[in-house]
Design a protein around this ligand. Structure first.
Ligand code: SAM
Length: 273
């Protein structure tokens, strides 16, 4: 899979590409990344990428022509003829649709994702109309530029690609992971998987050694060796964490009758407290 990022700050990505999972994914050839300096697609002495807004107002706006030339230089199909199940052009924007794990999954099935990073007051609207397939926001806050958003999308997408994390299953059993029903069954009697299919829930708490840290001990169930009890405890913890921190996720999560009974008793307990 290939990512292309168009930015006025190509140096921004140096650290991101040279560390951890991303570095390994690049060096093993699982992903290809191209960082393109938008100023290379200007034709004036000052390499101008921005201009004042029509209608007046604060700040500067990124001009459409350099962005168009940059996208066209990548050999990607024009918007009208683009097969968006294989390749897509994304404009990072605070006004975009919210980027989620579901979008990451959708992107991970593609061959190519091109990302356009805005700056200043934003990007001439015709870029969204004529070049990009979608505008995406990484959250309800305003960043200084699209670079952080592009890095977030690239990181969360590439770790879903087969082979990138080493253990194929691990990305499925994290926060926002797929439902148990969609996943291959756990080996009978084998060690418990990480989250047992979070089913759109948040991940459960993790512990490692030492067994006691500043007077706080690891929940006993985790070293009892009873896999069924561990699975049940983890599921309940994931449900509890989701109820407390992100109750909105429960509306669409795949819940079993057992999950619903547990949540009802938890809500009653919270109500009484
Ligand atoms: N005037 C814009 C607005 O109010 O929506 C904000 C522009 S922001 C300062 C500059 C650039 O940062 C945007 O063009 C976009 O590329 C990027 N950006 C800002 N917030 C973002 C977000 N939540 N998600 C993705 N990109 C964002």
């Amino acid at each position: 899979m290939r990512f292309d990022i168009i930015t006025i700050f190509p140096g921004f990505f140096t650290g991101i590409l040279e560390n951890g999972v991303m570095k390994r994914a690049i060096s093993t050839g699982l992903i290809d990344v191209g960082i393109h300096d938008l100023r290379n697609f200007t034709h004036d002495r000052h390499r101008t990428v921005d201009d004042r807004p029509f209608g007046g107002g604060e700040g500067m706006v990124l001009k459409p022509e350099p962005l168009a030339e940059a996208v066209e230089s990548l050999g990607i199909a024009a918007k009208e003829g683009r097969d968006t199940s294989r390749e897509t052009v994304v404009l990072l924007s605070a006004q975009g649709k919210r980027y989620t794990q579901a979008t990451a999954r959708e992107f991970s099935a593609m061959e190519r994702v091109v990302m356009l990073c805005g700056r200043y007051e934003g990007v001439d609207e015709r870029v969204s109309e004529a070049l990009a397939d979608r505008e995406l926001s990484i959250g309800d806050y305003v960043l200084s530029g699209g670079e952080l958003g592009a890095a977030v999308i690239m990181d969360s997408t590439m770790r879903l690609l087969p082979g990138v994390l080493g253990n194929e299953a691990s990305s499925e059993f994290e926060s926002f992971g797929r439902a148990d029903g969609l996943m291959p069954p756990c080996d009978e009697g084998g060690p418990p998987r990480s989250t047992h299919g979070a089913g759109g829930l948040l991940d459960y708490p993790h512990y490692t050694r030492p067994a006691e840290f500043r007077g706080r001990t690891v929940p006993e169930v985790l070293y009892g060796g009873n896999h069924e009890q561990i699975r049940k405890w983890r599921r309940e913890q994931a449900l509890e964490k989701t109820l407390r921190n992100r109750p909105d996720l429960l509306e669409h999560a795949e819940l079993t009758p057992e999950d619903r009974r547990f949540l009802a008793s938890l809500k009653a307990k919270i109500h009484r407290a």
